[in-house]
Each structure stands twice: as structure tokens, then as C-alpha cells.
Design a protein around this ligand. Structure first.
Ligand SMILES: [Mg+2]
Length: 334
């Protein structure tokens, strides 16, 4: 197994709960299995995954990539596991002569997957302007970040969006910013604005409280909770209607795929998004979304957040859709 490091600058710095991000650093992972090369990507994001140093250490300790995936050996280093598992899946699907999404189980050709636009914090006018742009670009759904200002200000932003975009699916993502009483107060207003989904309204470990927020006219989606608590705990607590699956934070597209399958058995839907990954991981996330029938619009239009990239193998969103690579494996090896 061969690894080499990369740094990808962001188009503009991103403020997150875990701090300011200006650069995405990670590792390209290259394996050879029975003579077939496979390439993966490990791009850790502390707060969601292990650190860069821990990722590098874990990758450096792998001697046999396929057996390294067995028995949860890389379970505490999800980005490293993502890189190794993707390289192995890439090699195997390439050897099988199939695009990754077909290898993951989809039995029909899928040309493209629907994606949502993401709108960060801003004034009511700026938020509504960004929403209008997204609708003009024909995104079928928009996700608005909330929680950086008080609930009244956020509701004013969403009222401005709905007034100018009467038909678009609106989701909001609070990244755990609210307490239960704030969420209880806000939910009826969100329902009145026909907001479809509220993502991670409460802190990640508050599964029972999330369960109490369901069935109020707005679906409850969990993101941070899924990474922190796991799908078993989320299902046991009946804490969500929808899971937001970040393959890099969950340990790989194989893990994310089986998690979506498990959740669906319990009536919980799943969708796919990224942690602002390079194009090797983004392509894999597109394949993952394409591998699942009836997938909702996913958070995969994140390539524009990077000022540089690993390959040009993933196209930008066009009319709210991203094309699914149709060659063998994930993307052509380089
Ligand atoms: Mg989220």
C-alpha cells in the first residue's frame, strides 16, 4: 500500500463549530489487489474524525489493506478506514468491470444523483438572495444553516426565503445549537413555513430528546449524533426520521451503505454528504448515493468549496444534479 499526502486550499475559509478551516489535508491511498490498482482518499476532519497525524499513523501501520478492514481494526480512525476501504473497493469493482455504484449493489444504470444547495449564515436578505440563486440554478432542495443567531432572527431569514422561493424544499441545519425548549418553540414555525427537515437541532448525545421532537410536522435528521452514537443507538432511541451520512466520518462508503440499509429496515431514511473532501472521496460519495434506490437530494455539491482538487473526475452540479461516473471502479486511477 502506498500513501502520499496532499493539501487542498478552500475557495474561502469556512467557519465551523470546530474552528476555522482554510485547507483540507489528507492522503491518497493506493493499493494493488491481484494486479489491479485501486485508489482511495483519507481526508480527516478533526471534530468529525481522527487528526491528520493519527490518520497518517494508522495508514502507515497497514500492511495488508484487505485484512486491515476486518474486525473493526480501523474503527477509531474513520478517515484512514475510508481511504483503505475505498482503495480496496475501487480495485475490486475495477477488476469486476463495473462502476463502483453497480458493485455496491445497484442493479440498473443511474445517470445522475440529485443534490441540494447549502446556504450559510447571513442576514435575511443575503439568505433569501442565496436561496433565489440556488432555485435559479435548479437545485431541488436547499439546506440553510441556522443557530448562529437567535431563533427569531433565523425564523425571519426562513420567512424571507419562503416568501421568494415558494416551492423549493427547505431543510435547516442547526448543528446542535438549540436546547429542547428552543426547538419545541421553533418547530411549529418551521412547519408553518413548510420546512421539510431540521437537521441536528440538539446536541449530539441527546437522542431521547430528539425522539420527542418527531411527529411535529418537520422531519428530524441526525448528523453529528450518528457519528457520535452510532446507528444502533439512534435506531433504539427512535431518534430520527432521516440520517445524514458522511462516509469520511463513518469509516467508508461500505460502512455508510450498510448503515443506510439498516436504518431503512427501521423506517429511517438516509442521505449522503461529504466533509468537504477531495474529488476521489466525492466521487465515491456520488457512487454511494447512486447505489441506493429512491435517494433524496444529497449534500454532494461541495466541490466548489475547494480552490484546487485531486482530479477533475467529478463534474460540478448542473441543474441540481451531479453525473455519476460510469467507468470501471470509482474514477480512473492516476
Ligand atoms: Mg449537518
Amino acid at each position: 500500500m502506498h500513501i502520499d499526502s496532499f493539501s487542498l486550499p478552500l475557495s474561502r475559509p469556512l467557519e465551523t463549530a470546530a474552528g476555522r478551516i482554510e485547507m483540507r489535508r489528507g492522503f491518497r491511498v493506493r493499493v494493488e489487489i491481484n494486479g489491479t490498482v485501486g485508489v482511495g482518499e483519507a481526508t480527516p476532519l478533526p471534530g468529525w474524525t481522527e487528526s491528520l497525524a493519527d490518520c497518517e499513523r494508522a495508514l502507515g501501520a497497514v500492511d495488508d489493506p484487505a485484512s486491515a478492514l476486518d474486525g473493526g481494526r480501523l474503527a477509531d480512525v474513520p478517515a484512514a478506514r475510508h481511504g483503505v476501504s475505498l482503495a480496496v473497493l475501487d480495485a475490486r469493482s475495477r477488476a469486476a468491470g463495473r462502476p463502483l455504484y453497480r458493485y455496491l449493489g445497484r442493479d440498473e444504470r443511474v445517470e445522475s444523483v440529485a443534490v441540494n444547495a447549502t446556504i450559510g449564515d447571513g442576514s435575511a436578505t443575503a439568505t433569501a438572495d442565496a436561496a433565489v440563486d440556488a432555485v435559479d440554478e435548479r437545485f431541488p432542495a436547499i439546506k440553510v444553516k441556522v443557530g448562529a443567531r437567535g431563533p427569531a432572527a433565523d425564523l425571519a431569514r426562513l420567512e424571507a426565503v419562503r416568501a421568494r422561493c415558494p416551492d423549493v424544499e427547505i431543510r435547516v441545519d442547526a448543528n446542535g445549537a438549540w436546547d429542547e425548549s428552543t426547538a419545541e418553540e421553533v418547530l411549529p414555525a418551521l412547519a408553518a413555513l413548510d420546512v421539510a427537515v431540521v437537521e441536528q437541532p440538539l446536541a449530539a448525545d441527546r437522542l431521547d430528546a430528539h425522539a420527542r421532537l418527531r411527529d411535529r410536522g418537520v422531519e428530524i435528521a441526525l448528523d453529528e449524533s450518528l457519528v457520535e452514537c452510532g446507528v444502533g443507538a439512534v435506531v433504539d432511541a427512535a431518534a430520527a426520521d432521516l440520517l445524514v451520512c458522511k462516509p469520511m466520518a463513518l469509516g467508508g462508503v461500505d460502512v455508510a451503505r450498510s448503515l443506510i440499509d439498516t436504518a431503512r429496515e427501521f423506517g429511517i431514511d438516509g442521505l449522503v454528504t461529504t466533509t468537504i473532501d477531495g474529488s476521489i472521496a466525492r466521487a465515491a460519495a456520488v457512487h454511494l448515493a447512486a447505489s441506493v434506490p429512491k435517494m433524496r437530494p444529497c449534500g454532494l455539491a461541495t466541490g466548489e468549496l475547494l480552490a484546487g482538487d485531486l482530479t477533475d473526475a467529478v463534474e460540478s452540479a448542473a441543474d441540481g444534479w451531479i453525473a455519476v461516473p460510469q467507468g470501471k471502479g470509482n474514477i480512473p486511477p492516476r
